[in-house]
Design a protein around this ligand. Structure first.
Ligand SMILES: NC(=O)c1ccc[n+]([C@@H]2O[C@H](COP(=O)([O-])OP(=O)(O)OC[C@H]3O[C@@H](n4cnc5c(N)ncnc54)[C@H](O)[C@@H]3O)[C@@H](O)[C@H]2O)c1
Length: 438
């Protein structure tokens, strides 16, 4: 049986009927109330009519096998990268080793250089051996890349541009899933006013990752005859790419509160007009899921004003890059949030994917041993879920994280000095999660 962690939160479902206009949705309130009746919860809330339920994504709806053979060895490409990457990766590996021991499986880790570390060692942010190791793996566990040391390099050779974007393109990692969870115990870490995040929230941001402005051609920088400089980036989307990411969002919503908010700029961009038309078409195949549209500027506001009004948010590459970071910050800390970048379904019915924290290399705290390892550890849980089909192990990690947060352990980024909490460093947080795994 698949164990389901359950965490409830206050929710105020909303729809945009026109720019800036939000109304409550009765159907969603009704389904949220039903969900509330279905089992024990980890948090209680003031407004039961608005309670919704967090459930981990069910791999079944993503065509993922749930009963994996035991006694199996999985090949993982491990790319710690730069800054805090190696520090938090060490904690994730500790947790994965514990998972292996408990589940009679083994992980064969293939550690490879990437980013600034690879530039320093072999002169290239994404060496051929690193790509080869990833190709030979079941999944990629990625830290983060970049930092001030490499910022003076030509832009195309800098770690993020020369490592992360090519990796996404090479493996066709088109769907970036970023769960933005604000745990009820951590609402004080959110920079947003307490009443706006009371009870926590849970938004799943689904970002298209291989199209749009980041990859569109032409791109150029030209000095004009009059000495002025002209730069061009091109936003390109095919309808098929929009459909593909739309299906991921709607399938995810079917397992949650059955509401998709599609974010675009259809009042200005031709790209967004097709985006909106296509989302409406995809929605016809999911009659149990409601669809709303928000312009990106309004979405940025609503995320702060009413984060609980979102269930699944789907958007294109650039908008998703910005909104998912905003969502992460409102949730408390970048150090808490994992992400999964999914590509093709492999022969075994599982996704090939790259799993990484939402944040970057945090140069301001790198080397100090104080980074929050939770985003990296939760990324390894997503890896177990989507690329290895080990749902129970993924849920066990997620529950262990919830437990240590509930026990009051806090790294510096989420420490507010609240009574009953204790400041810990990176290793201590990793050890506590390990202990909570049992
Ligand atoms: N996917 C990636 O590899 C990725 C993503 C974003 C940024 N970057 C790179 O990282 C470098 C730094 O970028 P930035 O400063 O804009 O963003 P950042 O995410 O590295 O840091 C922003 C803030 O969040 C904090 N933070 C992030 N992760 C944390 C953690 N696990 N624990 C505690 N605090 C944490 C940092 O200390 C900092 O104050 C840049 O070179 C950037 O290009 C890489």
């Amino acid at each position: 049986m698949i164990l389901r962690a359950r965490y409830e939160q206050a929710a105020s479902p909303a729809r945009e009927c026109g720019p800036g206009q939000i109304v409550a949705d009765e159907k969603l309130c009704a389904s949220a109330s039903l969900a509330m009746l279905s089992g024990p919860t980890l948090a209680s809330h003031r407004n039961q009519a608005q309670v919704s339920q967090y459930r981990p994504l069910d791999p079944a709806l993503f065509h993922v096998h749930q009963n994996r053979p035991m006694s199996r060895t999985y090949n993982l490409a491990v790319l710690p990268g730069d800054g805090i990457g190696p520090e938090v990766m060490a904690e994730a590996i500790k947790v994965l080793n514990a998972v292996a021991a408990k589940n009679d499986i083994a992980f064969n880790y293939n550690h490879q250089l990437v980013g600034g570390a690879a530039i320093d060692a072999v002169g290239k942010a994404l060496p051929a051996e690193t790509i080869a190791a990833c190709e030979a793996s079941d999944a990629i566990l990625f830290g983060s890349v970049g930092g001030p040391k490499w910022e003076k390099m030509p832009p195309n050779e800098q770690p993020e541009r020369a490592a992360l974007l090519p990796l996404r393109k090479h493996f066709g990692l088109f769907a970036n899933l970023r769960p933005g969870i604000c745990y009820p115990a951590l609402t004080a870490s959110s920079p947003v006013r307490a009443d706006l995040v009371e009870g926590g929230f849970d938004v799943l941001c689904v970002r298209e990752l291989t199209g749009g402005l980041y990859f569109g051609q032409p791109k150029s920088r030209t000095t004009l005859p009059d000495g002025d400089i002209e730069v061009i980036d091109t936003m390109v989307y095919k309808k098929s790419e929009i459909e593909r990411i739309g299906h991921v969002a709607f399938k995810a919503a079917q397992l949650r509160n059955k509401h998709v908010t599609s974010v675009d700029k259809a009042n200005v961009l031709t790209n967004s007009v097709l985006w909106r038309e296509t989302m409406v078409e995809v929605a016809q195949q999911y009659p149990d899921v409601t669809l709303a549209h928000l312009y990106v500027d309004n979405a940025a506001m609503q995320l702060i004003k009413a984060p609980r009004s979102f269930d699944v948010m789907v958007t294109e590459n650039l908008f998703g890059d910005i909104l998912s970071d905003e969502m992460a910050m409102i949730a408390g800390s970048l150090g808490m949030l994992a992400s999964a970048s999914l590509g093709k379904v492999k022969g075994d019915g599982l996704y090939f994917g790259l799993f990484e924290p939402s944040g970057g290399t945090a140069p301001d705290i790198a080397g100090m041993g104080i980074a929050n390892p939770i985003a990296q550890i939760l990324s390894s849980a997503l890896l177990l879920r989507f690329s290895l089909g080990l749902e129970e192990a993924a849920v066990a990690i997620e529950n262990a994280v919830r437990q240590v947060i509930g026990d009051g352990l806090r790294t510096g980024d989420i420490f507010t000095g609240a009574p009953g909490t204790r400041k810990v460093n990176t290793t201590e947080m990793g050890d506590a999660i390990l202990a909570a795994l049992g």
